[in-house]
Design a protein around this ligand. Sequence first.
Ligand SMILES: C[S@@+](CC[C@H](N)C(=O)[O-])C[C@H]1O[C@@H](n2cnc3c(N)ncnc32)[C@H](O)[C@@H]1O
Length: 292
Amino acid sequence: MLFKSTRRIRRIIESKMKNPDSVLLGRIRDELWTSHNIPLTYSLSTMGNDRPLISSDVRMLAIKNNVRQLMQSDLSGLRCLDLGCLEGGISFEMAREGMDVIGVEGQDSNYRKCKAIEEYFGLPNLHFLHADVKELSKQSLGTFDVILCCGILYHLDNPFSFIEKLHEMCTDFGMMFLDTHFAPDRTSLKACKFRESLSDIETFEYDARVYNGRWFHEFDDKGSPEKAGIWAAVSNYRSFWPTHESLIKTLYHNGFKHILEVFGTFEIEEEYALKAEYSRSYFLVMKESQLL
Ligand SMILES: C[S@@+](CC[C@H](N)C(=O)[O-])C[C@H]1O[C@@H](n2cnc3c(N)ncnc32)[C@H](O)[C@@H]1O
Protein backbone atom coordinates (compact mmCIF):
# COMPACT_ATOMS: atom_id res chain seq x y z
CA MET A 1 0.00 0.00 0.00
CA LEU A 2 1.32 3.46 -0.87
CA PHE A 3 1.36 6.36 1.56
CA LYS A 4 -0.76 9.40 0.69
CA SER A 5 2.30 11.52 -0.14
CA THR A 6 3.69 8.85 -2.49
CA ARG A 7 0.31 8.53 -4.22
CA ARG A 8 0.41 12.30 -4.77
CA ILE A 9 3.88 12.06 -6.38
CA ARG A 10 2.69 9.20 -8.61
CA ARG A 11 -0.30 11.31 -9.68
CA ILE A 12 1.97 14.22 -10.66
CA ILE A 13 4.16 11.87 -12.73
CA GLU A 14 1.14 10.32 -14.43
CA SER A 15 -0.33 13.72 -15.26
CA LYS A 16 2.99 14.91 -16.80
CA MET A 17 3.18 11.71 -18.83
CA LYS A 18 -0.36 12.20 -20.06
CA ASN A 19 0.00 15.93 -20.83
CA PRO A 20 3.69 16.53 -21.47
CA ASP A 21 5.23 19.98 -21.90
CA SER A 22 6.23 19.69 -25.54
CA VAL A 23 9.13 22.18 -25.32
CA LEU A 24 10.72 20.38 -22.37
CA LEU A 25 10.01 17.01 -23.94
CA GLY A 26 11.80 18.15 -27.11
CA ARG A 27 14.77 19.37 -25.08
CA ILE A 28 15.04 16.04 -23.30
CA ARG A 29 14.77 14.08 -26.52
CA ASP A 30 17.54 16.16 -28.12
CA GLU A 31 20.03 14.99 -25.47
CA LEU A 32 22.23 11.93 -25.82
CA TRP A 33 21.08 9.41 -23.18
CA THR A 34 23.58 6.69 -22.32
CA SER A 35 22.31 4.73 -19.34
CA HIS A 36 19.10 5.71 -17.54
CA ASN A 37 15.88 4.93 -19.38
CA ILE A 38 13.38 7.30 -17.80
CA PRO A 39 9.71 7.20 -18.88
CA LEU A 40 8.54 10.51 -20.37
CA THR A 41 5.09 9.72 -21.76
CA TYR A 42 3.16 6.47 -22.07
CA SER A 43 5.01 5.73 -25.32
CA LEU A 44 8.31 7.65 -25.03
CA SER A 45 11.30 7.32 -22.74
CA THR A 46 14.83 8.74 -22.72
CA MET A 47 16.34 5.60 -24.32
CA GLY A 48 13.37 4.07 -26.10
CA ASN A 49 13.42 0.31 -26.45
CA ASP A 50 17.22 0.07 -26.07
CA ARG A 51 17.00 -1.10 -22.48
CA PRO A 52 14.48 -1.70 -19.66
CA LEU A 53 12.87 1.29 -18.06
CA ILE A 54 14.75 2.44 -14.95
CA SER A 55 11.88 1.09 -12.78
CA SER A 56 12.60 -2.49 -13.89
CA ASP A 57 16.39 -2.29 -14.22
CA VAL A 58 17.89 -5.15 -12.14
CA ARG A 59 20.25 -2.96 -10.13
CA MET A 60 17.44 -0.47 -9.45
CA LEU A 61 15.28 -3.33 -8.16
CA ALA A 62 18.16 -4.54 -5.98
CA ILE A 63 18.54 -1.04 -4.54
CA LYS A 64 14.84 -0.56 -3.85
CA ASN A 65 14.16 -4.04 -2.46
CA ASN A 66 17.19 -4.02 -0.18
CA VAL A 67 16.67 -0.46 1.02
CA ARG A 68 13.00 -1.16 1.76
CA GLN A 69 13.83 -4.29 3.68
CA LEU A 70 16.59 -2.71 5.76
CA MET A 71 14.78 0.53 6.51
CA GLN A 72 11.80 -1.60 7.62
CA SER A 73 9.45 1.15 6.60
CA ASP A 74 7.75 2.82 3.73
CA LEU A 75 10.33 5.06 2.11
CA SER A 76 8.13 8.14 1.74
CA GLY A 77 9.49 11.27 3.36
CA LEU A 78 12.96 9.82 3.98
CA ARG A 79 15.90 11.87 2.72
CA CYS A 80 17.98 10.30 -0.04
CA LEU A 81 21.31 11.43 -1.51
CA ASP A 82 22.26 10.07 -4.96
CA LEU A 83 25.98 10.64 -5.63
CA GLY A 84 27.33 11.02 -9.16
CA CYS A 85 23.77 10.70 -10.40
CA LEU A 86 24.62 10.78 -14.15
CA GLU A 87 21.26 11.22 -15.96
CA GLY A 88 19.07 11.33 -12.88
CA GLY A 89 17.24 8.04 -13.39
CA ILE A 90 17.99 6.52 -9.99
CA SER A 91 17.09 9.79 -8.26
CA PHE A 92 13.83 9.93 -10.23
CA GLU A 93 12.96 6.37 -9.24
CA MET A 94 13.63 7.01 -5.54
CA ALA A 95 11.50 10.18 -5.76
CA ARG A 96 8.74 8.04 -7.31
CA GLU A 97 8.89 6.05 -4.05
CA GLY A 98 8.12 9.28 -2.19
CA MET A 99 11.63 9.95 -0.90
CA ASP A 100 13.03 13.51 -0.74
CA VAL A 101 15.91 13.18 -3.15
CA ILE A 102 18.97 15.25 -3.96
CA GLY A 103 21.04 14.00 -6.89
CA VAL A 104 24.56 15.38 -7.21
CA GLU A 105 26.35 15.43 -10.54
CA GLY A 106 29.68 17.00 -11.51
CA GLN A 107 29.70 16.96 -15.32
CA ASP A 108 27.87 19.77 -17.11
CA SER A 109 26.32 17.65 -19.85
CA ASN A 110 24.98 15.09 -17.36
CA TYR A 111 23.72 17.75 -14.98
CA ARG A 112 21.83 19.42 -17.85
CA LYS A 113 19.92 16.17 -18.44
CA CYS A 114 19.14 15.80 -14.73
CA LYS A 115 17.89 19.37 -14.59
CA ALA A 116 15.67 18.78 -17.62
CA ILE A 117 14.09 15.78 -15.84
CA GLU A 118 13.61 17.91 -12.70
CA GLU A 119 11.86 20.62 -14.72
CA TYR A 120 9.82 18.22 -16.85
CA PHE A 121 8.21 16.41 -13.91
CA GLY A 122 8.26 19.34 -11.46
CA LEU A 123 8.21 17.01 -8.46
CA PRO A 124 8.43 18.74 -5.09
CA ASN A 125 10.76 15.96 -3.82
CA LEU A 126 13.35 15.76 -6.62
CA HIS A 127 16.25 18.20 -6.92
CA PHE A 128 19.66 18.12 -8.55
CA LEU A 129 22.83 19.86 -7.58
CA HIS A 130 25.76 20.63 -9.87
CA ALA A 131 28.78 19.95 -7.67
CA ASP A 132 31.90 17.90 -7.13
CA VAL A 133 30.90 15.21 -4.62
CA LYS A 134 34.20 15.80 -2.82
CA GLU A 135 32.95 19.26 -1.82
CA LEU A 136 29.74 18.05 -0.14
CA SER A 137 29.38 18.29 3.61
CA LYS A 138 26.94 17.70 6.44
CA GLN A 139 27.11 21.46 7.10
CA SER A 140 25.82 22.31 3.63
CA LEU A 141 23.36 19.48 2.93
CA GLY A 142 22.47 17.99 6.31
CA THR A 143 22.07 14.26 6.90
CA PHE A 144 20.39 11.56 4.83
CA ASP A 145 18.49 8.37 5.68
CA VAL A 146 19.60 6.67 2.49
CA ILE A 147 22.83 7.37 0.62
CA LEU A 148 23.27 5.88 -2.83
CA CYS A 149 26.93 5.62 -3.72
CA CYS A 150 26.64 3.89 -7.08
CA GLY A 151 29.42 3.93 -9.63
CA ILE A 152 31.24 6.85 -8.01
CA LEU A 153 33.60 5.67 -5.25
CA TYR A 154 35.98 4.18 -7.83
CA HIS A 155 36.20 7.57 -9.59
CA LEU A 156 37.77 9.26 -6.56
CA ASP A 157 41.42 9.74 -5.66
CA ASN A 158 40.75 9.40 -1.92
CA PRO A 159 37.87 6.96 -1.33
CA PHE A 160 38.88 6.73 2.35
CA SER A 161 38.19 10.38 3.20
CA PHE A 162 35.01 10.19 1.12
CA ILE A 163 33.64 7.26 3.15
CA GLU A 164 34.47 9.16 6.33
CA LYS A 165 32.42 12.10 5.04
CA LEU A 166 29.51 9.88 3.99
CA HIS A 167 29.42 8.40 7.48
CA GLU A 168 29.00 11.93 8.86
CA MET A 169 26.22 12.60 6.35
CA CYS A 170 24.28 9.42 7.16
CA THR A 171 21.62 9.58 9.91
CA ASP A 172 22.20 7.27 12.89
CA PHE A 173 19.58 4.79 11.71
CA GLY A 174 20.21 5.37 8.03
CA MET A 175 22.06 3.27 5.48
CA MET A 176 24.20 3.42 2.36
CA PHE A 177 23.91 1.32 -0.77
CA LEU A 178 27.37 1.02 -2.29
CA ASP A 179 27.88 -0.26 -5.83
CA THR A 180 31.57 -0.25 -6.60
CA HIS A 181 34.56 -1.80 -8.32
CA PHE A 182 37.35 -2.88 -5.98
CA ALA A 183 40.97 -3.69 -6.84
CA PRO A 184 41.39 -7.30 -7.89
CA ASP A 185 44.05 -9.23 -5.95
CA ARG A 186 47.01 -10.70 -7.85
CA THR A 187 45.21 -13.92 -8.79
CA SER A 188 41.98 -12.20 -9.87
CA LEU A 189 43.71 -9.55 -11.98
CA LYS A 190 43.89 -11.72 -15.11
CA ALA A 191 40.11 -12.10 -15.30
CA CYS A 192 39.43 -8.38 -14.71
CA LYS A 193 38.58 -6.40 -17.83
CA PHE A 194 40.15 -3.21 -16.41
CA ARG A 195 43.62 -4.75 -15.83
CA GLU A 196 45.31 -2.53 -18.47
CA SER A 197 44.23 0.63 -16.63
CA LEU A 198 45.19 -0.60 -13.16
CA SER A 199 48.54 -0.20 -11.38
CA ASP A 200 50.28 -2.87 -9.32
CA ILE A 201 49.00 -3.23 -5.75
CA GLU A 202 50.07 -0.13 -3.80
CA THR A 203 49.53 1.14 -0.30
CA PHE A 204 47.52 4.24 0.68
CA GLU A 205 47.88 5.79 4.11
CA TYR A 206 44.85 7.47 5.57
CA ASP A 207 44.12 8.48 9.14
CA ALA A 208 47.18 6.60 10.40
CA ARG A 209 46.06 3.37 8.73
CA VAL A 210 47.53 1.61 5.72
CA TYR A 211 45.20 0.29 3.03
CA ASN A 212 45.92 -1.64 -0.18
CA GLY A 213 44.59 -1.04 -3.65
CA ARG A 214 45.38 -0.11 -7.22
CA TRP A 215 45.41 3.20 -9.02
CA PHE A 216 43.01 3.38 -11.96
CA HIS A 217 43.95 5.61 -14.88
CA GLU A 218 41.07 8.00 -15.72
CA PHE A 219 42.74 10.41 -18.17
CA ASP A 220 46.17 11.96 -18.81
CA ASP A 221 47.15 14.34 -16.03
CA LYS A 222 47.43 17.22 -18.50
CA GLY A 223 44.25 16.24 -20.34
CA SER A 224 40.73 17.32 -19.55
CA PRO A 225 38.09 15.23 -17.76
CA GLU A 226 35.65 15.57 -20.70
CA LYS A 227 38.03 13.43 -22.74
CA ALA A 228 37.61 10.61 -20.25
CA GLY A 229 33.92 10.39 -21.11
CA ILE A 230 30.65 11.26 -19.48
CA TRP A 231 30.73 8.40 -16.99
CA ALA A 232 34.19 9.19 -15.64
CA ALA A 233 35.93 11.21 -12.90
CA VAL A 234 35.50 14.96 -13.02
CA SER A 235 38.33 16.27 -10.87
CA ASN A 236 41.13 13.72 -10.68
CA TYR A 237 43.09 12.04 -13.42
CA ARG A 238 43.50 8.82 -11.46
CA SER A 239 41.34 7.06 -8.88
CA PHE A 240 42.25 4.70 -6.09
CA TRP A 241 40.43 1.35 -5.96
CA PRO A 242 40.85 -0.29 -2.53
CA THR A 243 41.05 -4.10 -2.47
CA HIS A 244 37.93 -5.89 -1.22
CA GLU A 245 39.55 -6.28 2.21
CA SER A 246 40.64 -2.63 2.42
CA LEU A 247 37.20 -1.49 1.31
CA ILE A 248 35.48 -3.49 4.06
CA LYS A 249 38.04 -2.29 6.60
CA THR A 250 37.70 1.39 5.74
CA LEU A 251 33.90 1.12 5.97
CA TYR A 252 34.33 -0.46 9.38
CA HIS A 253 37.02 1.97 10.58
CA ASN A 254 34.78 4.89 9.65
CA GLY A 255 31.84 3.59 11.66
CA PHE A 256 29.82 1.65 9.07
CA LYS A 257 30.23 -1.47 11.21
CA HIS A 258 27.23 -3.37 9.92
CA ILE A 259 28.29 -4.47 6.41
CA LEU A 260 26.33 -6.76 4.11
CA GLU A 261 27.49 -7.85 0.66
CA VAL A 262 24.59 -8.36 -1.74
CA PHE A 263 24.29 -11.60 -3.74
CA GLY A 264 21.40 -12.86 -5.79
CA THR A 265 20.84 -9.88 -8.09
CA PHE A 266 21.65 -12.15 -11.07
CA GLU A 267 21.55 -15.92 -11.57
CA ILE A 268 24.38 -17.08 -9.30
CA GLU A 269 26.81 -18.49 -11.93
CA GLU A 270 26.36 -15.32 -13.99
CA GLU A 271 26.81 -13.21 -10.88
CA TYR A 272 30.16 -14.85 -10.03
CA ALA A 273 31.31 -14.46 -13.65
CA LEU A 274 30.32 -10.76 -13.62
CA LYS A 275 32.04 -10.18 -10.28
CA ALA A 276 35.25 -11.71 -11.65
CA GLU A 277 35.15 -9.77 -14.91
CA TYR A 278 34.21 -6.41 -13.39
CA SER A 279 35.68 -6.82 -9.89
CA ARG A 280 32.55 -5.13 -8.62
CA SER A 281 30.00 -5.74 -5.91
CA TYR A 282 27.01 -4.25 -4.11
CA PHE A 283 27.09 -3.59 -0.36
CA LEU A 284 24.57 -2.35 2.18
CA VAL A 285 26.16 -0.65 5.12
CA MET A 286 24.81 0.80 8.31
CA LYS A 287 26.15 2.57 11.35
CA GLU A 288 27.22 0.99 14.58
CA SER A 289 24.05 2.40 16.20
CA GLN A 290 22.02 -0.13 14.16
CA LEU A 291 23.71 -2.91 16.12
CA LEU A 292 22.53 -1.71 19.54
C1 LIG B 1 29.87 5.51 -13.72
S1 LIG B 1 28.83 6.89 -13.62
C2 LIG B 1 27.64 6.28 -12.46
C3 LIG B 1 26.30 6.93 -12.60
C4 LIG B 1 25.18 6.50 -11.67
N1 LIG B 1 25.46 6.77 -10.28
C5 LIG B 1 24.84 5.05 -11.87
O1 LIG B 1 25.33 4.24 -11.09
O2 LIG B 1 24.13 4.73 -12.81
C6 LIG B 1 29.75 8.05 -12.64
C7 LIG B 1 29.07 9.39 -12.53
O3 LIG B 1 29.71 10.15 -11.51
C8 LIG B 1 30.00 11.45 -12.01
N2 LIG B 1 31.18 11.92 -11.29
C9 LIG B 1 32.44 11.43 -11.33
N3 LIG B 1 33.24 12.07 -10.47
C10 LIG B 1 32.47 13.00 -9.86
C11 LIG B 1 32.71 13.98 -8.86
N4 LIG B 1 33.92 14.12 -8.31
N5 LIG B 1 31.68 14.77 -8.48
C12 LIG B 1 30.45 14.66 -9.02
N6 LIG B 1 30.15 13.73 -9.98
C13 LIG B 1 31.15 12.92 -10.39
C14 LIG B 1 30.21 11.27 -13.49
O4 LIG B 1 30.03 12.46 -14.18
C15 LIG B 1 29.15 10.22 -13.80
O5 LIG B 1 27.91 10.80 -14.01
